[in-house]
Ligand binder design. Structure first.
Ligand SMILES: [Ca+2]
Ligand SMILES: [Ca+2]
Ligand SMILES: [Ca+2]
Length: 470
């Protein structure tokens, strides 16, 4: 049942017993063609969306795609006329709705201690939990007071999140909460009804880091907790105002993020566990000159992100610990010289490492926002999923069971149709390339690639104990 979908050199995908010298020569030519194709035209899109096993309809509006217990869980709907969504799970091919979750608009899915947690948006919004034995039910301790739990994050065996507070005994505002499986406990960092509003949780140096306004009048800065004592401020970058650190990623044993210090604009910063440091002032020139780094991801020993130098627009950048540089100008549109400077931006987002490549969504100004890949040297359009100028609006890139899954709409026409993304997976890069070549391979074409495409559409049982690939 389990299939190996790792990309292999094309030559190796030719079956040795059936290959004579001529075949090997063709294979070598193909390998050369592969490398040139990777850098230029997009392959034809052949993906099929994940469908509801009952209605055979695509599951739309997917978000919060999360792996739990060997399956993909996400928020979605098969109803195209209402925005009401429920909790779904999938083996990567077909999906089924989790009973009792209709209309809950589940958000911030996170696995912790063998259960899946999420925010049930109905009523005041409360913490719910799911496992196959107990189904979807409200988490214990919910009656105490955590409303609208967001950004659920597992840390040291507990679930942390941001939630507001309602009811007796007092209003503590929007604060950090901790759930130990039994009790939901608020941590009132900003005293009384003030909001510390903790966001962007990430584990670094064995501690849970996040941004919050934990000190009145000091704004939002970097905070941390060891899960035992009270959270403490880790760094104060912009006193009396707040640097609002965000877009966190761990690289070279440091925590990297974007922050605003009131002097350099919003730029790339690092934190080594004790001292914050301006890592790169990409747009120099004072407090109003910002490169706005976002979507940070580590790939091939470098930190990659989206940023602007205010000349090329928002493009793909890298940082090696010393130097920041633009590594690909995906959207070469020149500055239109008016308020439409966004037309210069490719705005890479959702940077995700998969099969030795860096994948992301980007807009090259010609194909709309589509799926792109980068190999450390070149960037290329993987597939024009929504043909021509309209974007498929790729998002939610998620690696699961050896494939890259994402949300996209392959038939979106702005102004004519609604954006109704579905869940797709890309076949391996070698398969995409073979399809683009049109199978001019004669008797020794790469049989493995076709077979794997068929195999990717395997069966799925709705049984509660069904596991993919087992
Ligand atoms: Ca408070
Ligand atoms: Ca550009
Ligand atoms: Ca397109």
């Amino acid at each position: 049942m389990r299939r190996d979908r790792r990309a292999q050199p094309l030559v190796l995908s030719i079956s040795p017993p059936s290959c004579d010298l001529a075949c090997l020569l063709i294979a070598l030519v193909l390998a050369t063609a592969l490398s040139s194709l990777l850098a230029s035209p997009a392959a034809a899109w052949v993906g099929s969306p994940i469908t509801d096993i009952a209605s055979r309809q695509p599951v739309r509006y997917p978000s919060y795609i999360t792996e739990y217990d060997g399956l993909l869980y996400f928020r979605g709907s098969i109803n195209t006329s209402t925005p009401s969504t429920s909790l779904w799970r999938s083996d990567g091919t077909q999906a089924e709705e989790i009973p009792g979750t209709a209309g809950q608009n589940p958000s911030y899915l996170a696995a912790c201690n063998g259960r899946l947690y999420y925010c049930n948006d109905t009523g005041p919004g409360s913490l719910w939990q799911y496992d196959t034995a107990g189904g979807a039910v409200q988490a214990p301790g919910s009656t105490s007071n955590a409303a609208l739990p967001h950004e659920m994050t597992a840390y040291n065996g507990n679930l942390y999140f941001r939630a507001s507070h309602f009811g007796a005994p007092s209003n503590i505002g929007i604060e950090l909460w901790k759930f130990d499986g039994t009790r939901q406990t608020p941590i009132d960092m900003f005293p009384d009804s003030g909001n510390s509003y903790p966001q962007h949780f990430i584990q670094y140096n064995g501690l849970l880091h996040f941004n919050a306004c934990g000190t009145p009048l000091q704004g939002t800065e970097l905070w941390r907790t060891d899960g035992v004592g009270a959270p403490t401020e880790a760094a104060r970058i912009y006193p009396d105002n707040g640097s609002s650190p965000e877009n966190f990623a761990v690289y070279q044993n440091k925590l990297f993020f974007s922050a605003y210090d009131g002097v350099h604009g919003r730029e790339l910063w690092s934190y080594d566990g004790s001292v914050p440091d301006l890592a790169a002032d990409i747009v120099s020139g004072g407090q109003y000159s910002s490169s706005n780094p976002s979507s940070l991801a580590v790939y091939k020993d470098k930190l990659y992100f989206c940023a602007t130098d205010e000349v090329h627009g928002y493009e793909l950048w890298s940082f090696d610990g010393t130097t920041a540089e633009m590594v690909a100008e995906i959207n070469p549109t020149p500055d239109p010289g008016n308020d439409d400077t966004f037309l210069m931006d490719s705005s890479p987002a959702d940077l995700t490492v998969f099969n030795g490549l860096l994948y992301f969504s980007a807009n090259d100004g010609v194909h709309g926002r589509e799926l792109w890949a980068f190999n450390g040297t070149d960037a290329w359009l993987v597939a024009d999923i929504n043909p021509d100028q309209y974007g498929s609006e790729v998002s939610e890139l998620t690696v699961y069971n050896g494939l890259l899954y994402f949300a996209a709409d392959n038939g979106y026409v702005p102004g004519l149709t609604n954006l109704e993304p579905m869940v797709f997976a890309i076949p391996e890069p070698a398969t995409l390339t073979l399809l683009a070549l049109g199978f001019a391979l004669g008797s020794c074409r790469g049989h493995a690639s076709r077979r794997k495409l068929v195999g990717a559409r395997g069966g799925f049982s709705s049984g509660a104990t069904q596991r993919h690939g087992v």
